[in-house]
Design a protein around this ligand. Sequence first.
Ligand code: SF4
Ligand code: SF4
Length: 394
Amino acid sequence: MSTFSFSLQTGETGPLIKASTPETVRIPTHGHTALYAKGDQVLAGTRIAKALLPDEGDLHAPLAGVIEEIESDGILIRVTGKERTAPQEPPENGGDHLREWLRQSGVDAGSLRQANTLIVNAVPPEPGISIHAPLLQDYRKVVELGLETVLRITASAKTYLVTARGNRTNAFPDCTVLDVPAVYPSGIDQLVMKAVTGREVLLGTHPEDVTILSVRDLYLIGRVMETGRPVTETVLTIGGRNHLIMIGTAVGFLLQEAGASAHPGDRVLLGGPMRGRAALNLQQGVDKEATGLTIVKQGEGLNPTDNFCLGCGECEAHCPARIMPGMISRCAEFKHFARAEDYHIHSCIECGLCAYYCKAQRPLLQYIRLAKYELALLRTKSLHPIEDIAGGEA
Ligand code: SF4
Ligand code: SF4
């Protein structure tokens, strides 16, 4: 990892490349319930799954086809063509009506709420991920339409565009431009909000008077408004180039398209090198949260193992949330999930720096995500206060 660069400078990224049409798509359905059954035919744009949470966008078929399988975490569609559903007319009113229309059209609506300050995050989310650059340069009108649409819901008095210092950008009308150091993890939403407001915000919470969306979010909203069609595409960085892909396209198909290949023992991350989640296999469909595909070659990069914590404190020294990742990882390792709250696990912004610097190469981010997941499960399963699963000392 000695040559790893934390730089968020994007340089010249070239135009957006449109990926070819795959033969199948596997739409990840975590947090959604399927609306169709195996064997049903769907058109491009058919709403195939409904969100279980009120702010999550519904899911739509990107192409026409036959549903081959309803899996526990996805819907597999064999593509037969491009016949589409009729476009929908966007509502004339803004506010909640427009918000719900967008949500049903596949837009995640958690950030679409009234707020005095709107922040547009144009900072690359991770090193090597440059999804915002081609959208700001070549799809400016769509991004601006997205911004106008968002303002009809947020009714914000102030808008900020936050960029990484040195990256090319142009301001939107009536918008204040602010730059942050072009060094990871400056682009994480919580740190961008802190740069604008001076306040710290917990991951997954929404301050009442501030809301934040990325340039990619604005682009996707602009496309829905422009076409009257739901979100079925997203933008990913693969090998330094940005690709417009259909949600649900298999990881392996996209790597092949980009001229990249993963070998046995390599890991493919959905996202960048610091925060990306490992793909289970090359058939896994890309979800709409992913910002890129990153191959970590066997023997290169971080190879986390369940080594004992050395108590060296390196992870704490580099944690921007000023918490104790080592102690939290021990709580997760021994299933003392509730105790992780005593170490302020919810202040973690999931930047992955602790794992990068861990002397013992412990999988700290994975432990933290596991503990957060288990805590959320415990909350939903019980109305009673969370009890420690394992009991005893961590
Ligand atoms: S991932 Fe690690 S370094 Fe980053 S905020 Fe969380 S605990 Fe701190
Ligand atoms: S850096 Fe790793 S080994 Fe050191 S205290 Fe943190 S978790 Fe333990």
